[in-house]
Design a protein around this ligand. Structure first.
Ligand SMILES: *Cc1c(COP(=O)(O)O)cnc(C)c1O
Length: 402
């Protein structure tokens, strides 16, 4: 069965009307730069910082030009220096490895479980073996581990916890937002995430020292009082002449776009989750297809969907993925031999310096598939996606391997 009208699974969230006017006012003013000498009214990035800190429930927020930049700043501002081991959940995306490399950290991958979250036993073992003081954990593709337990483990092992929330804006654990558990939380405003500003990122923290350093490193030209959530003067005085300007600040244009979408998160979450839950329910009755378990404490915002076909060999996976795409459903495959688009798995970064492989994670990712869920899918769209995946699965389960 063919999907009749193929929805574009890669379509980003559209930009709300009110943002168009804001952006055109900004363009007319010409004040696109991140700081404004002689201007006293707060700019868009400053207003976004105030709103975002409040949304996540943290004291400080610092807008930067990407989530990758925010992860890099989180690492160096919380003390990572050259050669320091950094623990990292091994199911992640390339810019996370890049942030660690940029900070001159030494990557220590930690395995994940079948449910796609960090494995606490392996975390404990790797923390002890490496002597690492930092953990960077991605709530990859929206899957959140037991954050209450993770914070207890980090306290016990004396680890700085950095949460990569690129896929979890709006998600909570036991009612508390992701990004509010760690020492630092990092979010993305890239088009494929929950807020589409083209490019952009933000970090949140309760630590005045981390916030001060991040503001200065992001390139504040000593105009840091224009930031939305600037730590007290005495803290800024300690750091102001010790932090190099790396020019990583968010542009005003992107900040206006992001600001206009903040209030839409709850409605977007309902839209994404209703598509996700309908497709997940459909796929759960396809024999051979396995979906990760979701604990009741996790309130997810699922703008993509993951499933595994654990019985399939690499050859059969390739046939299956091609068959899905032929039916109009663009399935991504984390087990692919060479990284393609937004896939990333331990074998794809084994050539990076100091990155031993994560065999169990790789074997989980070998049969892991992913589809993106655009906003506005109808129940009919969802059912057609299930039908297409199901028939592609049936066809590739019987087809003789090439
Ligand atoms: C997209 C993404 C990032 C990086 O976001 P950018 O804003 O593109 O730098 C980091 N981590 C994860 C898990 C992501 O999906």
């Amino acid at each position: 069965m063919k999907v009749r009208r193929t929805p574009d699974l890669g379509a980003p969230p559209s930009i709300p009307e009110q943002a168009h006017q804001r952006v055109s006012d900004l363009l007319a003013s010409g004040r696109l730069h991140r700081y404004r000498e002689g201007v006293t009214t707060p700019g868009a990035a400053a207003r976004l910082e105030i709103a975002f800190a409040e949304l996540i429930g943290r004291r400080y927020a610092v807008c930067v030009n990407s989530c990758g930049s925010s992860l890099y700043l989180a690492l160096i501002c919380s003390g990572v220096t050259s050669g320091d081991p950094v623990l990292m959940g091994a199911f992640t995306l390339a810019p996370v490895l890049g942030a660690i490399a940029n900070a001159s950290g030494r990557l220590v991958p930690v395995e994940i479980t079948d449910d796609l979250v960090i494995d606490f036993a392996d975390l404990e073992a790797k923390a002890k073996a490496s002597g690492a003081r930092h953990l960077l954990v991605s709530h990859m593709r929206g899957h959140v581990c037991d954050l209450a337990e993770l914070t207890r483990i980090c306290e016990r092992l004396d680890l700085v916890l950095i949460e990569d929330c690129a896929h979890t804006l709006g998600a909570t654990w036991s009612g508390r937002p992701t990004g509010s558990f760690g020492d630092v939380g990092c979010f993305s405003f890239q088009s494929a995430k929950h807020i589409n500003a083209g490019e952009g990122g933000i970090l949140v923290t309760d630590s005045p020292e981390i916030a001060a350093r991040a503001i200065l490193h992001s390139g504040s030209y000593m105009l840091y009082r224009q930031n939305g959530t600037c730590p007290p003067e005495d803290v800024m005085d300690v750091w102001r002449d010790r932090c190099a300007n790396y020019s990583l600040r968010l542009s005003e244009l992107a900040a206006e776009l992001a600001l206009a979408q903040l209030a839409e998160i709850p409605a977007r979450a309902r839209d994404w989750n209703s598509s996700h839950d309908r497709i997940a329910a459909g796929l759960s009755s396809v024999e051979g297809v396995v979906l990760p378990n979701r604990p009741p404490a996790e309130e997810y915002v699922q703008s993509s969907l993951q499933f595994r076909v654990p019985e399939f060999s690499a050859d059969r996976m390739a046939i299956f993925v091609a068959a899905c795409r032929e039916q109009g459903v663009y399935v991504k495959w984390f087990g692919i031999a060479e990284a393609e688009g937004y896939t990333s798995a331990p074998r794809h970064w084994s050539a990076l310096p100091g990155s031993p492989d994560a065999k169990r994670t790789q074997s989980i990712l070998d049969t892991l598939c992913d589809i993106r869920l655009p906003l506005g899918l109808t129940s009919c769209d969802c059912d057609q996606i299930v039908a297409a995946i199901s028939s592609a699965h049936a066809a590739s389960a019987t087809k003789v391997s090439p």
